[in-house]
Design a protein. Structure first.
Length: 429
């Protein structure tokens, strides 16, 4: 194997396998300078989607006190660039497991496993993790996303905690409910049922389970057999990186941020472009939407409609928060919380969102953002901000105060560290 990150970087070959188990069996945590393994379904770099941003920042803050090793599944190891993670991690292990559409679908129909678990199953990863544990004897394993819980059984004598990110089966249910094909609706229904069973088992078996919002924490606690192990470690933002720069003058640029390879983002983009933007442009013909994200070609002809600009796979999203006059979060599906909303709050960019788009964030309509759930309401809210910079500045100021007080990555990492300490009875972490 080759190795990198704090000097080390590893890779291995693929194979599929699934098993769900694990948990805390008598091992006690060290108080400080723990050896922590973070297990992820992708390399959390570059920072171009929410899951990557969360994992990267948790690693960034944990690595200040602890020795962090990252193990992740990647489609193509030769294309994977760990970037800043090399300076944060003691070691990075990347196992190549490319998407195999038809073999994975066949496994879905011939087994009882959810597709999302099959997709990230790898015999090579299991072998790599066994070797890592033998060499390092980790004090704690943190698994990112429930689909990776299939590897928890490899650590029977080590505390294994789950960072849930969102309730995945609800996401699948919402996507499936909008599918037009009866076959696809059936597949999503099967996936939802299987994934729910996997999630509930992971919640029960984990030594701790972190949720991104109080609502999801309550649901996890109810199904995990008690509230003690379910803990809210909310998504956050780095307030120093996302410096506060409120708009001084009226503008007509609307930022829409998101990868179109994620079905809820694709639905939201089509909804905004087809139903909301024409209303806005009817009153403000110069208004335009800046689509920033991955795989924008999935939008088809919608991407070339009047008032639509496409900016594919930009190397850095931060500048776009300062080029726009408001952020539109027109989501109608999805789970978890939207990090881009918190980043806009920090940067001073006013936000218009659907109720789903700001779900799980303790923001109030009319104070930190504007909430609108119909095309007409959304357009009216956007026009209110575009025409009145004072309104946008007032919302932005309140929003910045909210994130600094309640939604930073540093505070999320500290919650995790304190929770690790509870496993050992050490409350000084």
């Amino acid at each position: 194997m080759e190795r990198v990150g704090g000097g080390k970087f590893s890779g291995a070959r693929p194979e599929v396998r699934q098993r769900l188990s694990g948990g805390l069996q008598g091992r006690m945590l060290r108080c400080r300078n723990m050896k922590i393994l973070i297990l992820a379904p992708f390399l959390p770099y570059p920072l171009d989607q929410g899951g990557k941003i969360r994992i990267f920042n948790i690693i960034k803050h944990l690595s200040k006190q602890h020795e962090v090793t990252l193990a992740a599944v990647v489609d193509d190891r030769s294309a994977a660039k760990p970037g800043e993670l090399q300076d944060l991690c003691a070691e990075i292990v990347l196992v190549e497991r490319p998407a195999r559409l038809w073999p994975d679908r066949l496994a879905f129909f011939t087994s009882r496993a959810p597709y999302n678990v099959i997709r990230y199953g790898s015999g090579a990863m299991r072998r790599a993790l066994r070797q890592l544990q033998q060499r390092k004897n980790f004090d704690l394993i943190q698994i990112e996303f429930t689909m990776m819980w299939q590897y928890a059984d490899l650590f029977p004598a080590t505390p294994v905690v789950l960072d849930a990110h969102n309730i995945e089966h609800k996401n699948v249910q919402q996507i499936g409910s909008s599918a037009t094909s009866p076959l696809w609706r059936l597949m999503y229904l099967i996936e939802e049922k299987r994934l729910r069973a996997v999630e509930e088992r992971a919640w029960r078996e984990s030594a701790l389970c972190f949720a991104v919002s109080e609502n999801e924490r309550d649901e996890i606690a109810a199904r995990a057999g008690g509230s003690a192990k379910a803990i809210t470690a909310a998504n956050g933002v780095d307030p120093e990186r996302f410096a506060f720069r409120p708009r001084e003058q009226a503008g007509k640029r609307i930022l829409f941020l998101g990868g179109m390879d994620y079905s809820p983002n694709l639905d939201a983009a089509r909804y905004f472009i087809r139903e909301v933007l024409p209303i806005i442009r009817g009153e403000e013909p110069e208004a335009r939407v800046l689509l920033v994200g991955r795989e924008l070609g999935r939008l088809g002809e919608d991407a070339s409609l009047p008032g639509v600009e496409c900016h594919e796979s930009v190397p850095e999203v931060l500048p776009w928060f300062y080029r726009a006059d408001l952020l539109a979060v027109a989501l109608r599906q999805g789970a978890g919380t939207r990090i881009k909303v918190l980043e806009a709050f920090a940067a001073g960019l006013p936000v218009v969102a659907t109720s789903k788009g700001c779900e799980g964030i303790g923001a109030e309509n009319g104070r930190e953002l504007l909430i609108a759930d119909t095309p007409e309401q959304f357009a009216a809210a956007a026009l209110r901000i575009l025409k009145n910079p004072e309104t946008g500045r007032s919302l932005a100021q309140s929003a910045r105060s909210l994130v600094v007080e309640r939604y930073t990555w540093e505070s999320a990492a500290k919650i995790m560290e304190r929770s690790y300490g509870k496993l050992s009875g050490d409350h000084s972490l």
